[in-house]
Design a protein around this ligand. Structure first.
Ligand code: 6PG
Length: 483
């Protein structure tokens, strides 16, 4: 009887396409789905003529697998993952491997690693990016979990992953426990930021410059040949050319209410938990939240006054400014994302390879771009690079874009166009390069009203002082812990 190299559970579009991708690379894949008819449909449809083996029960499915058994779950994140794990464990032997390829929340992955380890089963939680197309022809794959399992899946994963120009796969081991899903979460947060930056550029082009959809498409098309060369800029140009059935621009018919499945929010929560100012992704999440308040916005638009956008000046130079704002803000966003990964790695004792992560994102995934090879180069040059902004290349790029970036944020503000991500990126930049922030006043106020104490510039760090600001307060101060 043919024994499958790997089994996959969950035949939604990502699952189906991964199976076909593995089949193309010579692997025999066994498949199972909770609704068994989906297995038959798949075998009679997209998998017709392939080596894929169908199974109608979990027992049958497990019996088709070579040992150590490799079972990949492509089911909805959350309870379904736990349910399948629970059903699989009694059917598996020690040393077998369960892989979760969904967008799971990283603490769940860590918990599953711990539970399964005690049962002798290895667990991998892997981020997979690239949508349907990527899954079929080469996604970016970010595996983490039990390192003992990696040698058993490395070849399959690296074979089916996207490759960069030099032939290297966009897949490598990320780290222990939830590290793979954490890195995928950061990828998604950055995806939120990139998308919001594009949307801010769009609103300026449309509302301030009054550009037509063809002009906007051409502009994004030309940006895609420059520093911003990336999948998201490329598909943005396509979107501005897509017509609805009646020949009008489809985009104009789409409701301005953004959806979100939670990975951007998790990134924001993780940033707040670790005290890392990942402001751009935070603003990108909030921009989606604000968009979702459609009815309220419509009401408010009738009452709340502001300037009406109009443009005087040189259109080409304004467009160049927008380009620079987008590029510089994008650099800030990636710098912030990397800052967060660094802190998480410290907390969880992960040894993250930052250049390797850039390489994994260089191809296959939604944020793939030429820009990521520059990040890879920065970490190749200096593996201990503390902050991307301190790399000579990125420092130089931000510097070159600065005037256009500031002009864009200023013009948007004067014209009443919201640019939360352009603006927060600039404020972060100005804050990060500020040797003395007004937090001295903040500390004084905290100490004044709540005896929260402060440190002094003329004393060593860690020594805390309290002043009786009014002469009426007592000598007792609050404790000085920081979250
Ligand atoms: C990917 C994407 C994908 C993500 C969607 C939807 O890497 O292929 O990141 O995993 O789920 O983009 O995300 P939102 O619904 O939250 O926008």
């Amino acid at each position: 009887m043919t024994q499958a190299d790997i089994g996959l559970i969950g035949l939604a579009v990502m699952g189906q396409n991964l199976v076909l991708n593995m089949n193309d690379h010579g692997y025999t894949v066994a498949v199972f789905n909770r609704t068994a008819s989906k297995v038959d449909d798949f075998l009679a449809g997209p998998a017709k003529g392939t080596k894929v083996i169908g199974a109608h029960t979990l027992n049958e499915f497990v019996s088709k697998l070579k040992t150590p058994r490799r079972v990949m779950l492509m089911v909805k994140a959350g309870d379904p993952v736990d349910q399948f794990i629970e059903m699989l464990v009694p059917l598996l032997d020690r040393g077998d491997i369960i892989i979760d390829g969904g967008n799971s929340h990283y603490p769940d992955t860590t918990r599953r690693c711990q539970t399964l380890k005690s049962k002798g089963i290895y667990f991998i939680g892997t981020g997979i990016s690239g949508g349907e197309e990527g899954a079929r022809h080469g996604p970016s794959i970010m595996p983490g979990g039990h390192p003992e399992a990696w040698p058993h899946i490395k070849k399959i994963f690296q074979d089916i992953a996207a490759k960069v120009e030099t032939g290297e796969p966009c897949c490598d081991w990320v780290g222990d426990e939830g590290a793979g899903h954490y890195v995928k979460m950061i990828h998604n947060g950055i995806e939120y930021g990139d998308i919001q930056l594009i949307c801010e550029a769009y609103q300026l082009m449309k509302d301030v410059l009054g550009m037509t959809s063809d002009e906007i498409a051409d502009t994004f098309g030309s940006w895609n040949t420059k520093e911003l060369d990336s999948y998201l800029i490329e598909i943005t140009a396509d979107v501005f050319r897509k017509q609805d059935v009646d020949g009008t621009l489809l985009l104009d018919q789409i409701l301005d209410v953004a959806g979100q499945k939670g990975t951007g929010k998790w990134t924001g929560i993780s940033a707040l938990d670790r005290g890392v100012p990942v402001t751009l992704i935070g603003e990108a999440v909030f921009a989606r939240c604000l968009s979702a308040m459609k009815d309220e916005r419509v009401q408010a638009s009738k009452k709340l006054k502001g300037p009406s956008p109009h443009f005087k000046g040189d259109r080409q130079s304004f467009l160049k400014n927008i380009f620079q704002a987008l590029y510089a803000s994008k650099i800030i966003s990636y710098a912030q994302g990397y800052m967060l990964m660094r802190e998480a790695a410290k907390d969880y004792h992960w040894k993250l390879n930052y250049g390797g992560i850039a390489l994994m994102w260089r191809g296959g995934c939604i944020i793939r771009s030429v820009f990521l090879s520059k990040i890879k180069q920065a970490f190749d040059k200096n593996p201990n690079l503390y902050n991307l902004l301190l790399d000579d290349f990125f420092n130089g790029e931000v510097n070159q874009c600065q005037t256009g970036w500031r002009e864009t944020v200023a013009a948007a503000t004067m014209q009443g166009i919201p640019v939360p991500c352009f603006a927060t990126a600039l404020s972060f930049y100005d804050g990060y390069r500020c040797a003395r922030l007004p937090a001295n006043l903040l500390q004084a106020l905290r100490d004044y009203f709540g005896a929260h104490t402060y440190e002094r510039v003329d004393k060593p760090r860690g020594e805390f002082f309290h002043t009786n600001w009014t002469g009426t307060g007592g000598k007792v101060s609050a404790s000085s812990y920081s979250v």
